[in-house]
Ligand binder design. Sequence first.
Ligand code: GLA
Length: 431
Amino acid sequence: MGPLVVTRLLVLVSLTVALDDGLLRTPPMGWMAWERFRCDVDCKDDPENCISEDLFRDMADRLAEDGWKELGYEYVIIDDCWMSLLRDQGGRLQPDPSRFPGGIAKLARYVHDRGLKLGIYSDMGSRTCMGFPGTTLDKIEIDAQTFASWGVDYLKFDGCYSDPVEQMLGYPLMSKALNATGRPIVYSCSWPVYLGGLPPNVNYSLLGDICHLWRNYGDIQDSWDSVQDIIDWFSNNQDYLQPAAGPGRWNDPDMLIIGNFGLSVDQARSQMALWAIMAAPLIMSNDLRNLDNKARAILQNKAVIAINQDPLGIQGRRLLQEQSHVEVYWRPLSHSASSLVFLSRRTDMPLLYHCSLHKLHYDPGNYEAYDVFTGTTVKGLNATTEFTVSINPSGVVMWYIYPLSTHNEPVHRRPSQLRVHRPGPDRHNVL
Ligand code: GLA
């Protein structure tokens, strides 16, 4: 790349305007192919599970028919391995013709007809991570136009096979190119992952200006170890990451793996709880056609979803790491409410954990809590008195907690009145 080209690109980059476009005022919810279905392109021997239009139609059907959409799960997101190995004669990306014979525009219509939205994947670089055609700097505009012309609503822009200079140019340029299409398209940037995820290499204020969400850290795998590693990394670095999030700009610790093979029921609750505390995207990667009822109940827990989707959009934090291997997480919510998660990192037996709200920096006064996984109400909480929770190994207790007036009435509302704030006609309240 010559210096003139670089200068022209830099000028374009500096013209990029803040992404205050009303998209993703709360974290996105939906389904994504990658963690569960990877790069299975073997439609001959594995037709049910290969990356094909049938798979995405199946998942759209399930989201629309099994109660997911009403809870807010609305994006059906194609990941890597959808492309043909060659661009078309006009230089446009095209789907693999045998696995997506109807094309992406038709698939988008199918998804839209069910009240859902379609996401797609491409890669800032010479190839996608799995070796399909990449979006080099000169292809950014045409790819953005192609996605918009197909009716795509969400782009995951990965960063394999590019260097930091190309990424510095390419990620802002794609933001501008998507804006220029005139179609509202959510822009998910994997850029931070490729820079180690932390300042000074990562500029979170720039990211918030150009992307709606971003992957900060490595890929989730189907195991509790992987979930713990992600929780630890995000919590150890929360002073950098937590202030970066807010309406329209979210950290993305990666997909929910609940309903797959690697997590126990307690561990699945822990992932759901922590993702809610972190104001993380609730993007499942599982097989919605074969989901057991326990996984379904966790993923469809209205109170946890409402906490995740709180309209204030303040990401939570780890407050405590106890010697006993209990950790306490907290997220402030609208209407003076908040959420607390008590996570046990033990591997022996349920632990009786004693604590007080005062120790967790709550103001003096009386409170009530709704235990979101048992559906019970914890009454008689006073900031200074001790309470006890029993936490299963690698499990959580999660509370929605709200202050009471001097007459012991909720200052604002009881959890049964808690609503997910969903702007727009196609969104529904939950709880
Ligand atoms: C990277 C991303 C994953 C997935 C794969 C696809 O590893 O982080 O989420 O998109 O590429 O190849």
